[in-house]
Design a protein around this ligand. Sequence first.
Ligand code: SAH
Length: 212
Amino acid sequence: MGLEELISKMKREGTLRSREIEEALRRVKREWFVPERYKKEAYADYPLHIGEGQTISQPTTVVRMTELLNPGKGMKILEIGAGSGWQAGLLGHIVGRKGMVVTVERIRSLAEMARKNLERAGIRNVRIVEGDGSIGYSDEAPYDRIICTAAAPEIPEEWVEQLKEGGRIVAPVGRDIQRMVVGEKKKGGFEIIHEEGWYRFVPLIGKRGFPR
Ligand code: SAH
């Protein structure tokens, strides 16, 4: 399957809806973010190993989460779990010059790989931070959007604190299999506005994550 075929499939299935995400998929090519030996499988709709026991998520999952996140031009977005850097790159393209993405990765070799991949893709508004994103990243807070690409036991209070009012969080929640949870910070507090699933992510490790 090639990129255009994958895009058609995701549109047909109703996963890919927004014009901005479609453009980002064409511009920030998944083939630049998968290991060399998987180049031929870059547009197959399944996750691929990226080393250190981690994976680049399935395209359908990445697109669905991006649709749920509803990112826009000029926004500041926090991602937890940089991995290959692909999700962050797509978001970087969508938020544009006036926006920025901060992505946190706990495994050094992956943070370095993400940096290299994003550089090769010509994405300049993504900052990669090495560390424990389970407590967010307060240095750049507050954020318009927070997206987590590892399975969390629950939504950590630090993420909610670091979110702007009116902001949104998308994260897979659960141990072995996960529900995709969408929540918004409102005047009255944090509110879950949508849940769907099931998904299977690698675990969030760290202070607010699962014990290793
Ligand atoms: N968004 C990635 C998918 C990465 S898989 C992509 O587009 O390729 C999830 C990643 O979360 C893994 O790389 C894992 O190392 C990382 N991770 C797990 N717990 C973390 C934590 N507490 N802080 C930062 N990264 C974490």
